[in-house]
Design a protein around this ligand. Structure first.
Ligand SMILES: Nc1ncnc2c1ncn2[C@@H]1O[C@H](COP(=O)(O)OP(=O)(O)O)[C@@H](O)[C@H]1O
Ligand SMILES: [Mg+2]
Length: 205
């Protein structure tokens, strides 16, 4: 079982309505996936695991009350028990909000499990399929399809160039640009950059 603690609204993010900070008892499933998060005083149900990396897991969550969906990136403590990765990604994301081709950070919160473990979490806009999935889904008879649609190539290139131009104007280097870190947004009909865990400000490497 896990329960989720009070939320800390992010400095620049537009967070969903905070209305209570009362801690609540949640639970985890057999695969140790959390079932509930309490975010900004509301219970959000974990619908699926979207990704699992070395330092973080990403979940799709939904808030029953407002029938809103979002993504939660939950960081495991690092080898020294610290949360450097979370603070690094959070500070970059907060600095670069407002571009249509960069994932939106709604806010941040700390999740408290009943085993006494606190994990830092980012509440993010929910995006859809990754460019990696788009590239590998085009198979014919089990063999990769030759080439990809001109529409996909042109839109992806344009959107990512715009995101990178903005990032570089702000002085940042993404430093982990790859198909898994470029996601399609069905809502905004464009590609967006995610995963700023390795990003750095030029001159601050
Ligand atoms: N906002 C999001 N919406 C939907 N899926 C996401 C989102 N953020 C991450 N993911 C999924 O989770 C995976 C891992 O997320 P990422 O931020 O790249 O973590 P890591 O630092 O472990 O690489 C991504 O490749 C993607 O499939
Ligand atoms: Mg990644």
């Amino acid at each position: 079982m896990a329960h989720c603690g009070p939320a800390e609204p992010s400095a620049k993010a537009q967070a969903p309505r905070p209305d209570s900070n009362k801690p609540v008892q949640g639970s985890v499933d057999q695969g140790m996936k959390p079932v509930l998060f309490e975010i900004f005083g509301e219970l959000w149900t974990v619908q699926s695991r979207l990704g699992q990396g070395v330092s973080a897991s990403v979940y799709q969550v939904s808030s029953g009350r407002a029938s809103t969906t979002a993504a939660v990136k939950e960081f495991q403590a690092d080898t020294q028990g610290g949360d450097y990765g979370y603070h690094k990604e959070r500070s970059v994301l907060e600095d670069i909000q407002g571009h249509k081709n960069i994932v939106t950070l709604y806010g941040v919160f700390t999740n408290h499990s009943c085993m006494g473990v606190a994990t830092r979490c980012l509440l993010l806009e929910l995006l859809d399929v990754s460019v990696s999935d788009l590239l590998t889904s085009g198979t014919q008879g089990g063999r990769p399809q030759q080439g990809h649609s001109m529409w996909l190539v042109q839109h992806c290139a344009r959107d990512i160039m715009e995101a990178l131009a903005f990032l570089h104007k702000e002085g940042y280097v993404h430093a982990d640009l790859k198909p898994r870190n470029i996601l399609w947004s069905a809502d905004d009909e464009c590609f967006k950059l995610i995963d700023f865990g390795l990003s750095f400000k030029e001159g601050n490497q």
